[in-house]
Design a protein. Structure first.
Length: 152
């Protein structure tokens, strides 16, 4: 996040999250950190490339369990997750993220091929903040990430 994106923030200012007693330290000169979670290497590579070209700092994980290890080791503002993955799927990952107060301010975008209205409702009910069908344009994905960046 470039400093000009948040002119009201002083460098290294503490921002208080909606969860009582939880503070997140953000350096407004740092790019927004995104974790992409998908077991499809081609999808991960394409999305990571798009985000890196757009100024995001990107980490990747191949499963929900891998994502939890990344989240334990580093701070991210946004998680993009697929639904179908071996072991912990995207729904379980959303639920796990939402179950921990220290991760309450993470914006979760589910990026999946499942496009039924029941699927969308299930994803949002599990804790996703947004739901995008794979095949969406790069512009749509970036616009939705910008919403997540503003919120976080």
């Amino acid at each position: 996040m470039p400093a000009e994106a948040h002119p009201q923030l002083a460098e290294h200012e503490t921002i208080h999250c909606a969860v009582a007693g939880f503070a997140l330290h953000i350096d407004p000169t740092e790019p927004c950190r995104v974790l992409i979670v998908d077991d499809d290497e081609l999808i991960t590579s394409k999305v990571a490339s798009l985000l890196e070209r757009s100024g995001y700092r990107v980490s990747t994980a191949r499963s929900g369990e891998d994502a939890m290890r990344v989240l334990d080791a580093t701070t991210v503002q946004i998680v993009i997750t697929d639904w179908h993955m071996p072991g912990m799927d995207g729904l379980d990952l959303c639920r796990n993220i939402r179950s921990r107060a220290d991760r309450a301010c993470i914006y979760v975008l589910m990026l999946t091929v499942r496009n039924g209205s029941g699927d969308i409702l299930a994803g949002l009910s599990a804790g996703a903040d947004d739901y995008v069908i794979k095949g969406a344009t790069a512009e749509e994905i970036l616009a939705r990430l910008e919403v997540g960046r503003r919120i976080t």
